[in-house]
Design a protein. Structure first.
Length: 158
């Protein structure tokens, strides 16, 4: 079976990018694990691993610097569409994100972008509700000490 085709769709800025250089590490019924290098070179971020939890609407990523040291975990709230015929996934970033630093500090970011996107007509009411409910579920998992479970599919590829 050929690897699936993955696209990352952003609402702000509006773009849809083929993740042609992402390497598929694992694919199960409900998750996809990839390794990648940054699309645009950055001083701090060099490469990473991502686990797409398709049913949960969460993408959990490990971000590394050029030396391979963990910078932080980055959790995107996402939605996806899948075309069975072409095995193409379009993963839509629903803007709200959670960053978890190695010392355990948790930071929620880009909530303001939800309001901006809604005001601009880029988010429907259903998408906004989905993003907020998924963010709430993710934070419940993190605060209850369950984030390690979301890290598990990536641990074997460090």
């Amino acid at each position: 079976m050929a690897d699936p085709i993955l696209y990352r769709k952003r609402l702000i800025p509006e773009e849809c990018v083929l993740l042609k250089d992402d390497r598929l590490l694992y694919r199960g019924e409900d998750i996809i694990v990839t390794a990648w290098n940054t699309l645009k070179p950055r001083k701090d971020l060099h490469h990473g691993l991502s686990c797409y939890y398709l049913r949960e609407g969460i993408k959990v990523s490990r971000f590394y610097n050029e030396n391979g040291s963990l910078l932080y975990w980055y959790c995107d709230i996402v939605d996806y569409d899948h075309d069975d015929k072409t095995d193409t996934y379009i993963i839509t970033d629903l803007l709200a994100d959670v960053i978890i630093y190695p010392d355990g500090f948790v930071k929620v970011v880009d909530i303001d972008e939800l309001a901006t996107a809604k005001e601009a007509g880029l988010l429907t009411d259903a998408m906004l509700k989905q993003a907020l409910l998924t963010l709430s579920r993710l934070l419940d998992i993190i605060y209850a000490g369950g984030f390690e479970k979301l890290q598990e599919p990536l641990e074997k590829y460090r």
